[in-house]
Design a protein around this ligand. Structure first.
Ligand code: 0O2
Length: 236
């Protein structure tokens, strides 16, 4: 359901009752609070992304390597927002979306090694404009299907021309191999014509275990070849 499609539907419903300009005005007024909310989420997402770029820059100067491989950002589509609100049985108002959906704005930080994830998460959470709302450590406690990632829901202020507004952002931390696995699993799960048989589920689980083992071995190589100065430690 694209916003163009929603607009066309509304137009068709309203046109028999109102003039064209009246309809356009009503649609604009109806969509404005939603567009405003998405713009606020975009600002919060950019704010959080910048924080990680700064941490990467600083830590790379100190330790001579970049702990962050890449950063991906995404805003949930209108279709996914509607799906999630229906699934959670919450009203589809702007207020309710803000209150009940934690992942409209998402930042995914892809790290080189598992220990980099905890170093970055700690440094991020120590910042005084970041408030932790919820933490799910699927690295320490992987999901039964093998999914690994560290999830934080945080609240952070955005400064608008006339007010300060607190916004929620979901941050997912993964290593390259955790991200590779999750992307493939996500693609398979959402393929309408593919059934995840017990054999495929088992194969996916085995791959997740292998990728966790690979992460461990790569991290051991990294710490073996680095002297103390180059090993990332949790900043105190
Ligand atoms: P998308 O398109 O990535 O946004 P909650 O938000 O707390 O109400 P939930 O599902 O309990 O809902 O939260 P959780 O467990 O923290 O997972 C949220 C997101 O983590 C998912 O978002 C996925 O991005 C990712 N995720 C969680 N479990 C899995 C998994 O088993 N496989 C993969 N590939 N990703 C997972 P969305 O909304 O599902 O999708």
């Amino acid at each position: 359901m694209s916003s163009d499609f929603t607009r066309q539907m509304l137009e068709q419903l309203l046109l028999p009752h109102f003039s064209k300009s009246d309809v356009q005005e009503r649609i604009h007024a109806y969509a404005h609070p939603y567009r405003e909310l998405i713009a606020y989420y975009r600002c919060a997402m950019m704010h959080v992304e910048t924080k990680f770029n700064i941490l990467d820059e600083e830590l790379s100067l100190e330790y001579d390597r970049n702990p962050i491989e890449s950063i991906k950002t995404r805003l949930k589509s209108l279709e996914s927002i509607v799906d999630k609100a229906i699934r959670k049985q919450v009203p589809l108002t702007v207020e309710s979306i803000e209150q009940n959906l934690n992942d409209v704005a998402g930042v995914r930080v892809i790290c080189s090694h598992p220990s980099d994830i905890y170093t970055l998460a700690d440094a991020f959470l120590k910042q005084d404009d970041i408030t932790l709302i919820e933490k799910k450590d699927y690295i320490a406690n992987p999901k039964p299907n093998g999914y690994r990632s560290l999830h934080l829901i945080v609240e952070t202020p955005i400064f608008l021309h006339d007010k300060k507004k607190m916004m929620k952002v979901e941050v997912q931390f993964r290593t390259i191999s955790m991200d590779w696995w999750a992307s493939l699993e996500h693609k398979i799960r959402y393929k309408k014509d593919v059934e995840i048989t017990p054999e495929i589920a088992q194969e996916l689980y085995d791959c997740a275990e292998m990728s966790a083992e690979l992460d461990k071995r790569m991290e051991t190589i990294q710490s073996t070849v680095s002297d103390d100065k180059d090993t990332l430690k949790n900043p105190t």
